[in-house]
Structures are given as C-alpha cells and as structure tokens.
Design a protein around this ligand. Structure first.
Ligand code: SIN
Length: 354
C-alpha cells in the first residue's frame, strides 16, 4: 500500500499537467494497473506468461497512431495480475479519478486492467466516480508478447471511446474485442478466448471499430453522478465474503465467516439463489443478529427473484436481482460503509437500483 501511494504521489507532483499538447485533441490520462495486457511470456505461441510486467509508457508507445486520438499521459497505479486487485487499490483509483476528472484539462480516463476481476473494478468505479466524463477499462486476453496480441487494439479503441463526446454520461465502460460494455452488465463469460466478455442480459452498449465509436444502447442501473456512494477519505471497506453454493455445501460457512469478521455475506447460490436447508437456517440466525445476507446465483445469466423458492422476508435475506455475486458484494460493502445499520428493505432497494 505504502509503495502504491508513494508512486502515485510522485507521479501526481512531478507531472501536474504534463500533456504533450495538441490543442485540438482531448486530454486522456491512462491509469495502469497490470494484467495480461501488460504481460509477457517466453514464447509468442505458448500459453504461459506473467501478467503485469510492461509499464504504461511502453504500452502506449507500442500502439501505432494512438497519439493521434488524444494527448495521453500515463500513470502506473500498480502492476499486478487482477487476481491480486484489492479494495485498497479500488479506493486509490476512485479517489485519483475523481481528482483528475475535476480538472478542466482532463477529458477522460482509461484504466488498463487484468480481465479476471475487470468487471468488479468497473462496477466499483461506476458507483464511486463522480463525473460524467468517460472512464474506460481496457484489457487483453493475450499477453503483449503473444502472437496476435489483442491488447494494442483494445487500448487504441479504449482511448478512442474515452476521447469521444458520445461516451459522456454513460457510466464506467469496458472496451474489449471491439465491443463497448457497461460496468453494470459486463461479465467475463469465457476463460481464455478474445471474445470472453459479454453483457448477456442487456447486450453491448456499442462498438469501437479501429477507433470508430458508435453507441446504440444506454446503460442500466444508477451510476456515477447519480450514485449515492462516496469514498472520499475512505481507507477501507467492511469485509463481505462470498459462499459458493453446491450440492451438500457445508452448513457452517456462515458462522465461520462471521467469526472471521465478515459484516455481510453473499451466497452464490444454486439456480435462483437457492441454498440447502442447513445454510438457510444459519442465514436466518445470522440475519437476526444483524449480519446482512444477499442471495445471488452461481448461474452466470439471469436475475435472482425476490421471494422465489426462498421467501426473503422469512429469512431476513436480500435478493441480488441482476447483480452477480461479485457485484452484489460491492454494493453490500459500499452500503455497509455508508450506513452500518442499513435495513434489509433499504439494502434490497440498492440491489435493484444499482
Ligand atoms: C489478470 O486478470 O490479470 C490475468 C488475466 C488477464 O488479464 O486476462
């Protein structure tokens, strides 16, 4: 944390407004966090590589004609595989983005990221960035040294979207494989192919095709300037854990998580957010004692209904509606940070509205 913060301070003070100015182009800051897009491997045709190796200026310089789209300034926020992304870095990113976008001479933000937790970072920022200016996450399924690396074109298209007035007010966006996807609806659906990202419920918002940006849908859910959440001055968020549902799932997990310090729990249940009788009984006990429990689903597509097989008011639980377990966890963490005494009903509203 100390290292990340010092690096951030160094960049912020040495380069207060260091755009190479072409007055006719928008000014975009690229915040780099690592991932496969910054990864390198020993062989262009091997599947093995290490994420988070290449630094941001090198990544930008590797993309032909990218500086014809915008004046670019890179900042290295961190350089990790996104399996190591953390709440700590989310808070640093959100506060830095808010600071940058408050400046008249910053028109948009691009964040380079690993694909594994990209949708979580996008959704967290969707709820905590307070600006209508474009914020775009880009990533890659193939490392920078791989044959047909997809990172350079994704970065090119991401900058084109961040530089486009059409992207204003659309919330945080993910640009990958020529698609523009909303933070609310984007999901990594496939483990390794370049078309891994989709919005199965609502579809993609638009396309970015060699820098040509088109939108044909609006995003779902409250976001950015209409979000009630703020992380100004926030240094950590309450712990929220996820239980993965399966046949005969161990029924002591809720108790163990609460004992370990969880202030809320999301169940990635089977089907419509269901879970076995023993876990439901534990959930009822925990919600009575004040721990919020959200029922989401391990099924990748579709909403969890309020009062399906589980009648939520009987157990004190909340249905995640359209939010995946990992996105419901973010709403629950932010909600508990804002109000640790939030009611079940208020939390249910948040799951539906965001
Ligand atoms: C990561 O998420 O950092 C690794 C996988 C990827 O970026 O595709």
């Amino acid at each position: 944390m100390r290292k990340i913060f010092l690096a951030f301070l160094l960049v912020a003070f040495i380069y207060p407004s260091a755009f190479a100015q072409n007055k006719n182009l928008p000014n975009i800051v690229v915040l780099a966090t690592g991932g496969t897009i910054a990864g390198t491997g020993a062989s262009a045709t091997g599947s093995s590589y290490t994420a988070g190796k290449v630094r941001i200026e090198e990544m930008i310089d590797a993309v032909p004609n990218i500086r014809e789209l915008a004046n670019l300034k890179g900042e290295q926020t961190t350089n990790v595989g996104s399996q190591d992304m953390s709440v700590e870095v989310w808070l640093i990113l959100a506060n830095r983005i808010n600071e940058l976008l408050a400046k008249d001479d910053v028109d948009g933000i691009v964040i380079t990221h690993g694909t594994d937790t990209q949708e979580e970072t996008a959704f967290f920022l969707n709820l905590t960035v307070k600006s209508e200016k474009p914020v775009v996450l880009v990533s890659a399924m193939r490392s920078s040294t791989a044959l047909s690396a997809d990172g350079p074109l994704n970065l090119y298209n991401g900058v084109a979207v961040a530089a486009s007035p059409k992207a204003k007010g659309k919330g945080v966006l993910v640009v990958i494989n020529d698609a523009i996807l909303s933070a609310h609806s984007v999901k990594k659906m496939l483990t390794t192919p370049v078309h891994a990202f989709m919005s199965p419920e609502h579809g993609q918002l638009g396309t970015a095709n060699f820098g040509l940006v088109e939108f044909f849908h609006e995003p779902h859910g409250l976001h950015t300037i209409n979000s009630q959440f703020s992380v100004v001055g926030v240094k950590s968020l309450p712990r929220v854990d996820i239980i993965y549902g399966c046949a005969d799932v161990s029924t002591d997990l809720i108790d163990l998580m609460v004992k370990a310090g969880a202030k809320g729990i999301v169940i990635a249940g089977v089907g419509d957010g269901n879970i076995n009788k023993g876990t439901l009984a534990a959930a009822k006990k925990a919600t009575k004692k004040g721990t919020h429990i959200v029922r989401a689903s391990r099924i990748p597509v579709g909403a969890v209904l309020i009062h399906g097989e589980v009648v939520d008011t009987d157990y004190g639980t909340v249905a995640s509606d359209e939010l995946s377990p990992q996105k419901a966890r973010i709403v629950l963490m932010l909600a508990l940070q804002q109000n640790k005494n939030i009611s079940r009903e208020e939390l249910q509203e948040l799951m539906i509205n965001y």
